[in-house]
Structures are given as structure tokens and as C-alpha cells.
Design a protein around this ligand. Structure first.
Ligand SMILES: [Zn+2]
Length: 135
């Protein structure tokens, strides 16, 4: 019997993000004072230090900023190889995630990707990314 990947912390500021992800909506934080987007959610805006923040739906599209291919997993519920990537969303925030449903050798930096939601367990869904269809 191996180890399953841990589920995300769903308390505090992360709670709204994970509840929305469970309903297949990607939320990021936006400052009402200066309109700056940030991810992950924090108590203060990174640009202007305002605490007047809200969670808003993200575009769900972006580009691969960087990535690596993992060939050994400590968790039994993650099939290898898998891709861990930094995704830069249209809103300018960077999100650590997986790229799925594609051959890892086909992935390149600046490749366009779109979000989808992978069910884990206990109703938790993980935002992951797939190559975006050509526009
Ligand atoms: Zn701000």
C-alpha cells in the first residue's frame, strides 16, 4: 500500500479557491483598489498593500512559463511520467500545476494552455492544464 497525494488545505484564504475548483471554476484574487491580480490568495495586495480584495473568475487560459517532466512519483495515484508546470495566466499571475492529456515531449515554453479540472477524491478537483486548441 503506497501513499496517496495529500489533498489541498481548504481553510482560510484557500477555502474559496478550492470550493470553486470543486465546481470547475478557476478563481484568482483581484485588488479592488488597483485592479492587480494575484495568485495565491493573500491578506494584502502585493502591489498596493490594500486589504480590499475579492476572488474573481480567471480566464482559464495562459502559456507555459516553465515545466519539468517527473519520472518518479512518491504517490501511488500519480502515473508517471507527468508534467509539473508554471502556467502564466492571461491575468498575469503564475500558477503551479500539471499539463495533462499530451505527450510530455510535445510541450514547449510559451505554448498556449487551457484549464480543466481533474477529480482527486472527496469531491476535490485539481485545476490542471491541457494544450489549447489553435485559435
Ligand atoms: Zn492593489
Amino acid at each position: 500500500m503506497g501513499l496517496e497525494r495529500p489533498l489541498p488545505e481548504t481553510n482560510g484564504l484557500a477555502d474559496t479557491f478550492w470550493k470553486a475548483a470543486g465546481e470547475e471554476t478557476l478563481l484568482i484574487q483581484k485588488c479592488r483598489t488597483c485592479q492587480h491580480h494575484q495568485h495565491y490568495a493573500r491578506p494584502l495586495c502585493l502591489r498596493c498593500e490594500s486589504s480590499d480584495l475579492e476572488m474573481v473568475p480567471a480566464s482559464g487560459t495562459g502559456v507555459v512559463a516553465s515545466y519539468t517532466v517527473i519520472h518518479r512519483s512518491p504517490y501511488t495515484d500519480i502515473t508517471t511520467p507527468y508534467v509539473l508546470a508554471l502556467i502564466r495566466l492571461e491575468e498575469g499571475v503564475t500558477m503551479l500545476s500539471h499539463i495533462v492529456e499530451t505527450d510530455p515531449s510535445s510541450i514547449t515554453c510559451d505554448m498556449r494552455v487551457a484549464v480543466k479540472f481533474a477529480p482527486l477524491r472527496d469531491g476535490v478537483k485539481l485545476p490542471v492544464f491541457v494544450p489549447a486548441s489553435e485559435v
